[in-house]
Design a binder for this molecule. Structure first.
Ligand code: CA
Length: 255
């Protein structure tokens, strides 16, 4: 409230001020996290479920997901850190974290600002949305996944359809000569509609990339997921794997 009062006062005296504020106030978001908090603490448990366990991707993935800040913590500077690392845990050789938003949202906009520590064989960071209980009927939007097929090129996808007939559309974000290693900050955004004519418009750093079909029920819901998987489609992991996804914010708006 104090900030608002200052803005009003500045306006009253006719002062032109350059405002450094988010593009919308927090209450406009259907779901959001700025990842403010004390260094070393776990992500906000009122917003995120930290999914755990060692059997993911039909057992082909090689990580155990942990909770409680073991592999996902705040850095104290407004960021979430998800770290996948080589570490013996319940019979597996790697640990990591997988955060699923507790809020189910409908069609709208999802924007995530994030960066990555760089390529390591077997690391598969992803920023995506889905409704896991109904997959793929209610769809999946991959705003960014990197490390697939042993390449460090970020990709975007939509998936929908049925388990017997999964539709997959998407592509690879254009090479960035200024950030060949894809280790810098980028915003990944999906603007989407549901329904028979539904589609997803993908943007990186607010630059339009592509529009892909997204044919899901009108009332299909989705939850944001942030994770780093290890192995499987990302290939044989580096035995010294230590890979980090840093997230500045997650902003979700609903139509
Ligand atoms: Ca932040």
């Amino acid at each position: 409230m104090r900030k608002l009062w200052v803005l009003v006062a500045a306006g009253a005296v006719g002062t032109v001020v350059a405002l450094s504020v988010p593009s919308a106030f927090a209450e406009d978001y259907a779901f959001a996290d700025e990842f403010a908090g004390t260094a070393g603490t776990a992500p906000d448990s009122t917003k995120w479920t930290q999914e755990t366990g060692c059997e993911w991707g039909s057992g082909k993935e090689q990580q155990c997901y942990t909770d409680g800040g073991h592999n996902a913590e705040l850095d104290g500077n407004g960021h979430l850190l998800i770290n996948a690392r080589a570490e013996k845990y319940n019979g597996n050789d790697f640990t990591s974290a997988r955060l699923r938003a507790k809020t189910m949202t409908g069609a709208g906009t999802v924007e995530v600002r994030a960066k990555f520590s760089g390529y390591q064989a077997g690391a598969w960071p992803a920023i995506w949305t889905t409704d896991e209980k109904t997959w793929p009927v209610n769809g999946e939007i991959d705003l960014m996944e990197i490390g697939l097929n042993k390449t460090w090129k970020p990709k975007y996808h939509t998936h929908y359809g049925t388990r017997g007939d999964v539709q997959s559309k998407g592509g690879i974000y254009a090479d960035d000569p200024d950030d060949a290693g894809w280790t810098g900050w980028h915003t990944y955004k999906a603007v989407y509609t549901n329904g028979d004519n539904g589609s997803v418009k993908f943007y990186i750093d607010d630059v339009f990339v592509a529009e892909e079909p997204y044919q899901v029920p009108d009332d299909a819901g989705a939850q944001v997921i942030l994770n780093i998987a290890v192995g499987s489609a990302a290939g044989t992991p580096d035995p010294k794997l230590d890979n980090t996804m840093t997230v500045d914010y997650v902003h979700v708006t609903q139509r």
